[in-house]
Design a protein around this ligand. Structure first.
Ligand code: HEM
Length: 121
């Protein structure tokens, strides 16, 4: 059974992403990053990236594109941790097995160096 199936297929993934975005946008540490984004395609791409993560490890390009997409945002390590934390909390709330959540966390971890551009003091 794939991770996608084990968390309940497409309806579960769409509920997970809605809940996840609800958490991110109501977190004062993170909401400001998204207020300024007027390009719906970019937000959709963000959403798809997290869907991909939720269904078993992001099928994501790394490197220049990912770094370029986030470079001007000035994202710190604690911001990255907070976003991943919201994904983990969402999946925990939806009773996704811990082992699967751990796999998702491991799949996202290597993206940190592309996405974080500011070293917190
Ligand atoms: C954890 C792993 C992450 C993944 C896989 C990811 C993935 C992506 C992707 C695929 C895009 C669209 C790029 C484009 O079309 O140009 C994007 C854009 C964006 N991401 Fe992320 N992201 C992550 C973490 C974060 C974090 C931690 C933040 C903020 C705290 C963030 C904020 C944004 C914003 C605001 C945009 C839109 C940028 C723009 O308007 O140009 N992302 N991300």
């Amino acid at each position: 059974m794939s991770i996608f199936d084990s968390i309940g297929g497409a309806p579960a993934v769409s509920v997970a992403v809605d809940k996840f975005y609800g958490r991110v946008l109501s977190d004062p540490q993170l909401a400001h990053y998204f207020y300024g984004v007027s390009d719906i395609d970019k937000l959709k791409a963000h959403q798809r990236a997290f869907i991909a993560a939720a269904i078993g490890g992001p099928d994501l390009y790394r490197g220049r594109d990912m770094a370029a997409a986030h470079a001007k945002l000035g994202i710190t390590d604690p911001d990255f941790d907070a976003v991943v934390g919201h994904l983990v909390a969402t999946l925990t709330e939806l009773e996704v097995p811990n082992e699967i959540i751990a796999n998702i966390g491991s799949a996202l971890a290597p993206l940190r160096s592309d996405i974080v551009s500011v070293t917190a003091p």
